[in-house]
Design a protein around this ligand. Structure first.
Ligand code: WQD
Length: 336
């Protein structure tokens, strides 16, 4: 079975390629290196001993897409990660985000219909829930007004997929990620720092590594036990494994509906300070941080109801917060 992984040299994509190869799938990657590095291809090969196929072009380029699919039509399924994902940047450059994230998806789906590729796993996000009214949040919770153009592209992509599934032979699974963190146990792949990190975990590890002066904790006046915001952090390897199960479900035609949605989280929420304490515990260091004001657009608290993924997919997150922080730190130390 051959699986196309778009964005396969990125953070979640690379971990998913490793798990796919370990599960016996042939893998071909499309990645334009806009948020990844070519060195990741060799790291994947080092981990699995198998070099994935690799093509470097922009999926929002219709002609390039058509050429690829015309020359590579023995694809059994697609896992689509390739998208811009910086929340703050999307607020300043909305058109760039709508064009890239949605045109890429539509070019892929056009070619799926032309070349009879039926199976699509889509990288969605808990961001579509906004601040849920009820926690833990289930897949039936209403999607809310996105906090950013980035979040809106995820909502719109889900709608594009649902409508296309309805009108074609396409089958799709959307995985709504919570907060992916951590790195592969080999520390050969992980969350590569490209510029100043927006996300919490890389900022923590870079502060501990002396690259950043101090971590700013955004807000201590939330309605939570310690006042800092809560998220459902999930180890990137657990997240990657969910994609293998999802793509197998489609390829083996075990899906119950033509379009299915699953929350991929741990079901546990941790506050910012609890993540910091976990990091300090596993690294036996004191982290330099200060409490500052809330960050614009942040929600207060979210964690997943994972019953559907656990029972229907037969998937459950296994790694705890200390394994997440320890693997993130091991990767940071391994970086040159
Ligand atoms: C986590 C918590 C911050 C940095 C975003 C996207 C989501 C997904 C994951 C792509 C929050 C706090 C952070 C810092 C801090 N991205 N924080 N100091 O915002 O929950 O989710 O990334 O799919 O779609 O929305 O993740 O890691 O930025 O923040 O205090 O320097 O850490 O306020 O409470 P977020 P995050």
């Amino acid at each position: 079975m051959k699986i196309l992984v778009t964005g396969g040299l990125g953070y979640i994509g690379s971990h998913t390629v490793v798990e796919l190869q370990s599960a016996g799938f042939d893998v071909v990657i499309i990645d334009n290196l806009s948020n990844s590095k070519i060195e990741v291809l060799d790291k994947i090969t080092q981990i699995t001993g198998i070099k994935p196929g690799y093509f470097n072009f922009d999926l929002s380029n219709k002609t390039a897409c058509e050429e690829f699919f015309s020359n590579n039509n023995n694809i059994d399924g697609i896992i689509h990660f390739a998208a811009y994902k910086a929340v703050g940047e999307s607020v300043n450059k909305p058109l760039m985000y709508y064009r890239n994230n949605l045109e890429s998806l539509m070019n892929i789906m056009d070619n799926m219909n032309i070349h009879n590729i039926a199976n699509l796993v889509f990288s969605s996000s808990c961001t579509v829930y906004g601040q849920p009214d009820v926690l833990p949040v289930t897949e039936q919770a209403p999607r809310k007004q996105a906090e950013s153009p980035y979040g809106n592209t995820k909502k719109m992509a889900e709608d594009i997929i649902q409508d296309t599934v309805y009108s074609s032979d396409l089958k799709a699974i959307a995985l709504r990620y919570f907060n992916p963190v951590g790195a592969h146990p080999t520390a050969l792949i992980g969350e590569l720092p490209l510029g100043v990190p927006n996300n919490l975990m890389p900022f923590i590890t870079q502060t501990a590594a002396g690259i950043r002066e101090q971590l700013s904790v955004f807000g201590e006046d939330y309605d939570t036990a310690d006042g800092t915001a809560i998220r459902d952090y999930i180890h990137v390897v657990d997240l990657a494994k969910a994609h293998i199960i999802a793509v197998k479900r489609l390829v083996e035609k075990n899906n119950k509906l033509d379009y299915e949605i699953f929350n991929i989280g741990t079901g546990n929420g941790y506050s910012v300070l609890e993540v910091v304490k976990s990091f300090e515990r596993v690294t036996n260091t004191k982290l330099n941080y200060k409490i500052v004001g809330r960050r614009e657009g942040d929600i207060e608290k979210v964690w997943a109801n994972t019953d559907f993924a656990n029972n229907e997919l037969g998937w459950k997150a296994e790694k705890d917060i200390d394994e997440m922080t320890a693997s993130a730190w091991k990767f940071q130390l391994a970086l040159k």
